[in-house]
Design a protein around this ligand. Structure first.
Ligand SMILES: N[C@@H](CCC(=O)N[C@@H](CS)C(=O)NCC(=O)O)C(=O)O
Length: 206
């Protein structure tokens, strides 16, 4: 059976949990990371030398990097659904998978760490404000993309929606002032109706 290591409140673990939920893949999740530990043990690092979650073992096939895991599971179990059969359609969604990691996360981290993750005494409000301003511009790009199509993956939900769907939950749930983005909010409204999104992504913020 598919085994997943990672704490439920990690944004990168949420990607995998939402994916397995959408595809109905039988699995077992082991809490790991932060207070749960495990990720720095020699046994874990033998599987993922980065010492980071998520990590999967699919009947002996070991894989780390959340987006690679979502692509692997979508290709293996989600052909025609999360894994669009047309390569062009798939690629149009796929481009939104690594964009958060490369472009959004450096700014998003400034917000999330100073609004949620750090103890109140250690929060840097100026840094949070800087991150909110930058993320507002970046999410406006996502809003623009969703003004012409219902999902980032095209006409139907696909793997391309998964990473940003996880970040959108955090962005739209944090107690911060954000510009209104009607297309992003309409897309998020559809995601919130999905049982796999509710159970895999909509976990308590901290
Ligand atoms: N690029 C990696 C990043 C993985 C990552 O940074 N994981 C964080 C949680 S979101 C982690 O393991 N942090 C250490 C910890 O939780 O102890 C991926 O997408 O899987």
């Amino acid at each position: 059976m598919l085994k997943i290591w990672g704490r439920a409140n990690s944004v990168n673990v949420k990607k995998v949990m939402w994916c397995v939920g959408e595809l109905g893949i039988p699995h077992e999740r082991v809490d790991a990371g932060l207070a749960f530990g495990i990720n720095n043990t020699p046994e874990f690092k033998a599987k993922n030398p980065n010492g980071l979650v998520p990590l999967i073992d699919d009947d002996g096939f070991i894989l780390w990097e959340s987006n690679a895991i979502v692509r692997y599971l979508s290709a293996k179990y989600g052909s025609g659904s999360l894994w669009a059969s047309d390569p062009a359609v798939r690629a149009m969604g796929d481009k939104w998978m690594d964009w958060p990691t490369s472009t959004l996360v450096p700014e998003f981290r400034k917000v999330f760490h100073n609004i949620v993750r750090r103890p109140p005494a250690e929060r840097d409000h100026a840094e949070a404000a800087e991150g909110i301003a930058a993320c507002s511009k970046l999410f406006a790009m996502v809003d623009g993309a969703l003004s012409t199509q219902p999902y980032l993956s095209g006409q139907a939900l696909g793997m391309g929606d998964i990473p940003l769907g996880c970040f959108a939950y955090l962005w739209l749930s944090m107690p911060i002032e954000r510009p209104s983005m009607p297309h992003l909010e309409a897309w998020y409204g559809k995601l919130k109706e999905r049982p796999a999104y509710q159970s895999g992504v909509m976990t308590p913020l901290s």
